[in-house]
Design a protein around this ligand. Sequence first.
Ligand code: NAP
Length: 326
Amino acid sequence: MDTHNVVIIGGGAAGLSAAIYLGRAGLSPILLAGSPPGGQLMLTSEVENFPGQKSILGGELIDVMRKQASAFGTTIVDENVGSVELVKPVKLVKLAGGTEYKTKAVIIATGAKALWMGLPSETKLRGKGVSACATCDGFFFKNKTVAIIGGGDSALEEALTLTKFASKVYVIHRRAEFRASKIMQKRVLEHEKIEVIWNAAVEEVLGQFKVEGLKLKTPEGEKTVKLDGVFVAIGHRPDTDLFKNQIDLDQKGYVLTTAMYALQQLSNKVEQTKTHTYDVHYQTLTSLSGVFGAGDCVDHVYKQASTAAGMGVQASLDAERWIESQ
Ligand code: NAP
């Protein structure tokens, strides 16, 4: 079996951007894009804030990137990875279907998934008024009434974002107290366009072909709110289970790269690791030599297609330099 230069795991904005650079550098990368491929961009409708693209469907943007990566010599495989062995100098990546790849370097770009409430009506109306990203989709709700579900920093930040477009924003939270930081709470509670509905569990997203409202369960009984859009902001989960016992992850499962490790140390959120050292010359390096991380599986702050693409590029440049140094 040949040993490849680099295997990229994940076919979203981060993985594809890394592939474009590595392909162009002549390193013939293998991109294991998963099934279905494309990451969170496949779940958004229109993208209007990816630099250079005035307006493009998320799926189309992925398609263009895939063609660009292939044109520069990337082999794209739309299958899921079943297991990895990353500790030894030659790393092994195994597809769920059994095919194995030996490689010098690995870029982990597996992304994150927005958590959903898990209601059938929510699934049915996703992309038809139900969204998990106010920055992406808020624009489509100019002068409309929308609701945001959740009580953490993401929910309150998204509620404030939505006030720039919507005429009225409900924040619907399952408890009587927010989890978010005090400053965000103050901003939300003082905002004239925002109304909080406390102690409310969402029972159903109403509407046949598009969102028309929400049915809520409150201590006072069932309540219906008329709405044009519903934004779910109850957290994200990085797709990193595959790597759990091999590279350092933070408490929530995000990949710790040198850059994230340094940031977390500055905020005293992680102890000095006893098992690994991080190399400051490679910002996207994980706790293992030759293994890099990029995109939403690393970043829980910015979470944009363009920032994921940027980090993918960083990881590709780091991997290229690292391969040369070996
Ligand atoms: P989070 O802090 O875990 O909050 C999730 C919220 O969703 C909680 O209020 C939770 O309710 C609610 N929730 C969870 N599951 C639910 C369900 N099934 N139905 C209804 N509500 C549900 O997540 P996050 O807001 O995404 O933040 C993640 C991390 O990023 C946090 O550490 C946060 O501080 C940070 N962050 C920071 C900023 C910033 O500083 N600008 C911005 C965004 C995020 P309960 O409260 O009842 O559990």
